[in-house]
Design a protein around this ligand. Structure first.
Ligand SMILES: [Zn+2]
Length: 139
C-alpha cells in the first residue's frame, strides 16, 4: 500500500491509500475517488513535499552554513562571469551609464563611502555585496 496526498478541485487536501500508483490512476479514471469533504471527484495528486538530505553528518546549522557558502560561491561566480570588473572606477562608470555617456551594462567594482553617497544622491541604484575570497577554502 502507498499513500498519496490528494487534492480536489475545490482545494481540499486529504490522504488516500492505494495498492500502488497504477491503482490510483485506475480508480481516478473510474471516478471512484471522491473528496471526503465536498464529494468532488476531480482529484489530483499533490506533489510530494520537497525534501533534502545531506550526506554530511554535521549539525543542521553547520550544514546550513555549507549550503549558504555553496550558494554564495555560485552567486559570486555568476557575478564574476557576467559583470565587468571596473575596479575603483565603479562610481564614475555608474555615473557615465546613468547619464547615457556609455551604454548600460553590468559592472562591479569598489567605491568609497563618498562616492556611494554621491551615487545615492544621483538616484543610482547599486548593491553592495561583501565578496570574500574562497581561494583558500578550495584546497
Ligand atoms: Zn473537496
Amino acid at each position: 500500500m502507498i499513500s498519496f496526498d490528494l487534492r480536489c478541485a475545490n482545494g481540499h487536501t486529504f490522504e488516500g491509500w492505494f495498492k500502488d500508483g497504477a491503482s490510483f490512476e485506475e480508480q481516478k479514471k473510474r471516478n471512484l475517488i471522491a473528496c471526503p469533504i465536498c464529494n468532488n471527484k476531480d482529484i489530483e495528486k499533490v506533489p510530494t513535499t520537497f525534501g533534502i538530505l545531506s550526506k554530511s553528518s554535521g549539525s543542521r546549522e553547520e550544514w546550513a552554513t555549507e549550503v549558504q557558502a555553496n550558494f554564495f560561491r555560485q552567486f559570486v561566480a555568476f557575478v564574476e562571469k557576467n559583470f565587468e570588473d571596473v575596479g575603483p572606477r565603479f562610481a564614475s562608470e555608474a555615473l557615465k551609464m546613468h547619464y547615457g555617456v556609455t551604454e548600460k551594462r553590468n559592472i562591479r567594482g569598489s567605491s568609497t563611502e563618498e562616492e556611494e553617497k554621491m551615487l545615492k544622491k544621483e538616484g543610482i541604484k547599486f548593491y553592495k555585496i561583501p565578496i570574500p575570497r574562497f581561494d583558500s577554502c578550495d584546497s
